[in-house]
Design a protein around this ligand. Structure first.
Ligand code: PEP
Length: 247
């Protein structure tokens, strides 16, 4: 369902005590927001974070999972393991996982399907590299990525899915896509989803150096439904300003 969502991605940052302090600081700052607030935290913070968000409007996600049910996959975490402690969301296919951990369109699709089958809601990331952007291939790359990532999903699955468009050259670099360019890319993703499923009733977020200063311009564009925020999600104060972009 299309709605405004602001999701934080802590990446490999924050110890459990820092996660608890963060939630306690963030909760009063965002309690009146109509936007959905999600924090995607390291596995070791999940349990503490989930206990601390009780009675708040903050939702919790993981940053990855394996697509297999269980088995000899040392170091991996399954969808059931996340679901049984009440994790709600899981980021799938973040560019850092594609770049450093051999995530492919195929494994992204397997993970998306497994997350949904187990009752988790995936936040599916797509985005072009700088080389692809400079070669004029942005739309080709991101429509192909989203088509493969969502392959085999039902309409019900789609209603439990969030997409994040994150140009790789904008992640953690301080360079942000212009609001018009981000909107055009997200519109293309929306059109691809519409041609595949007959509906584009899905939240599509922008990610890539979002901060309090640029959130409003980006999130009020026609096709952008909020953001996936890395660096600026590590401090409750800066993250709350992004969540409250519409205040
Ligand atoms: C991200 O981690 O998804 C991200 C967009 O990072 P940053 O906001 O730091 O660019």
């Amino acid at each position: 369902m299309r709605r405004k969502v602001i999701a934080g991605n802590w990446k490999m940052n924050m110890l459990p005590n820092e996660a608890i302090d963060f939630v306690n600081a963030l909760a009063p700052l965002v309690k009146d927001s109509k936007n959905e607030v999600i924090i995607c935290v390291p596995f070791t913070d999940l349990f503490y974070t989930l206990l601390t968000v009780q009675d708040t409007n903050i939702h919790v996600g993981a940053q990855n999972m394996h697509w297999k049910e269980n088995g000899a996959y040392t170091g991996e975490v399954s969808a059931d393991m996340l679901k049984c402690i009440n994790v709600e969301y899981v980021i799938i296919g973040h560019s850092e996982r594609r770049q450093y951990f051999n995530e492919t369109d195929e494994t992204v699709n397997l993970k998306v399907k497994q997350s949904l089958a187990k009752g988790l809601k995936p936040i599916v990331c797509v985005g072009e590299s700088l080389e692809e952007k400079e070669a004029g291939k942005t739309i080709e790359v991101i429509t192909s990525q989203i088509s493969k990532a969502l392959d085999g999903l039902t309409l019900d699955d789609l209603s439990n899915t969030i997409v994040a468009y994150e140009p790789i050259w904008a992640i953690g670099t301080g360079k942000t896509a212009t609001a018009d360019d981000a909107n055009d890319s997200i519109k293309a993703i929306r059109n691809e989803i519409k041609s595949k499923f007959g509906t584009d009733d899905i939240s599509i977020l922008y990610g890539g150096s979002v901060k309090a200063e640029n959130a409003k311009e980006l999130f009020t564009m026609s096709d952008i439904d909020g953001g996936l925020v890395g660096g600026a999600s590590l401090k409750a104060d800066s993250f709350s300003k992004i969540v409250n972009f519409d205040k």
